[in-house]
Write a protein that binds this ligand. Structure first.
Ligand code: DLL
Length: 442
């Protein structure tokens, strides 16, 4: 079954004929609805109120009758209200890093962990990993799903896993050089941070001491331009893929790029995806951009029916040049809730990032500061200089500021202010970068 040599871990599943796949999805959806109805009081009430039973699901489009599940539902049932099995059958618990209110708790049976490892294994192989992979996992171990998710998936394919966790730059770089680490798992921003740190030490440790060839990056958005910079910073043919997932849907493993990097392959036999119009809750037209809604067809410990991810993307059902037939989602464009609305205009941090990349005078670290003045929102983009002495050369500084301003303005279509700050003054993150500082409530 495992066909790593051809770069496909599970061809039987990843290259299914669509008709066969849809038959399997329907069978799994019906079984999941029946399971939720019988084993989770919350779902039983929701499904009964909507008049939905497994028998009512005759085609995949009948999924529309199933009510959505939201993050608020998980929080309201904190910590274990949505479990479908007794605690003795749960072998792992994770939680997402909620900044307000109760965190979102998720739980796995042994079968859930097996399915999760399988999902991650497929995406790791699609990215180019195999049993010769020696990988440093630079995600924080702990309640976050990223580290253990990738850890188990990579072990499953026979890779050598080094669980360095996030932080401790000197150790990370030393292990990379000494172990001959060829693969890194990290957020794009931390991968960039490590590359910068390696370059800063290049006098002592030349860049050719690093053997990194592959980055399985994910857990936060990044533009193609940012990826190009990360790859250039590491050099030596370093190649990075984008990987998507969320705790509520196991963690990493839902979708990821293959070597073609033309969309993120969805593990469709496990995840039934829909795109909806956030405002109306209705299905978007095929290929249209909207909010991603996911039903985890195989998860049992804490099952997830029609989960509203708040992530914005579109889905392409055309087969890929890599040979997989699985649908591909577009890189996440933003979230319905980190989307800033500035004077009526939707703004995503990724738009600002794409305007900044390619300017040699600035580093890839930036922040968007939103304030409210006279009932109107203002956006300040704080950008970090590479050379601090520019701050003393007023003419040059002003010209750079104007250039950045004009670039961002032409992308966003709204007036903004640009502040250029000293090198290394914008906070660095070992996990997800926080780009938005929202001071409107103050
Ligand atoms: O970030 C799971 C994960 C770990 C995915 C490692 C990939 C690699 P959460 O902490 O629950 O789970 O955060 C989920 O992060 O709804 C997206 O908004 C965002 N996100 C995750 N991956 C990407 C990505 C993990 N590749 C939330 N691009 C999601 C953009 C992403 N946003």
């Amino acid at each position: 079954m495992n066909d790593m040599e051809k770069g496909i871990w599970n061809p039987e599943r990843e290259c299914m004929r669509r008709a066969d796949l849809e038959r399997l999805q329907l069978e799994r959806l019906r079984s999941l609805v029946d399971y939720c109805d019988r084993n989770v009081a919350f779902y039983h009430q929701r499904l009964s109120a909507a008049g939905v039973t497994a028998e009512r699901i005759k085609t995949l489009s009948d999924i529309q009758y199933i009510p959505y599940t939201t993050k608020e539902d998980l929080r309201d049932n904190y910590p274990f209200g949505l479990l479908s099995v007794p605690m003795k059958d749960i072998v792992r618990v994770h939680a997402s890093s909620g900044t307000t209110g109760n965190p979102t708790v998720v739980a796995y049976t042994r079968d859930d962990l097996d399915a999760w490892s399988e999902q991650v294994a497929r995406l790791a192989v699609a990215a180019g990993a195999d049993e010769n992979t020696l990988v440093q996992i630079c995600f924080g171990y702990g309640m976050f799903t990223g580290a253990l998710g990738l850890h188990y998936g990579l072990e499953k394919i026979g890779a050598t896993v080094v669980p360095t966790s996030a932080g401790n730059t000197e150790k990370q770089l030393k292990f990379m050089r000494d172990f001959g680490t060829n693969t890194i798992v990290a957020t794009p921003s931390y991968c960039m941070y490590l590359a910068e740190a390696a370059r800063e030490r290049a006098d002592q440790f030349p860049m050719d001491q690093y053997k990194l060839k592959l980055g399985l990056l994910g857990s936060e958005g990044s533009t193609p331009e940012m990826r190009r910079q990360i790859e250039e910073h590491w050099g030596g043919g370093f190649f990075a893929t984008d990987n998507y997932g969320m705790s509520e849907l196991n963690g990493p493993g839902m979708s990821g790029e293959c070597r073609e990097r033309d969309g993120l392959h969805i593990n469709e036999d496990h995840f039934l995806c829909e795109i909806i119009d956030t405002k109306t809750g209705r299905a978007a037209a095929p290929g249209e951009t909207g909010e991603l809604v996911v039903t985890n067809l195989t998860k049992r410990g804490l099952p997830m029916l029609r989960y509203r991810t708040k992530d914005i993307t579109s889905i392409n059902y055309e087969p890929c040049a890599c040979g997989r037939t699985s649908a591909r989602m577009h890189k996440i464009i933003g979230r319905t809730d980190d989307m800033l609305k500035i004077r009526g205009v939707n703004v995503f941090p990724t738009q600002v990032e794409s305007a900044l990349i390619g300017l040699t005078e600035i580093s890839p670290h930036y922040q968007l500061v939103v304030r409210r003045k006279n009932y109107s929102d203002t956006l300040e983009v704080r950008v970090e200089l590479i050379d601090g002495s520019l701050l003393d050369r007023y003419g040059e500084l002003e010209a750079l500021q104007r250039r950045i301003h004009d670039r961002i303005k032409s992308v966003l279509g709204i007036e903004i202010t640009v502040s250029l700050v000293e090198p290394k003054t914008i906070e660095r993150f070992t996990g997800k970068a926080k780009r938005i500082v929202d001071l409107r409530g103050e």
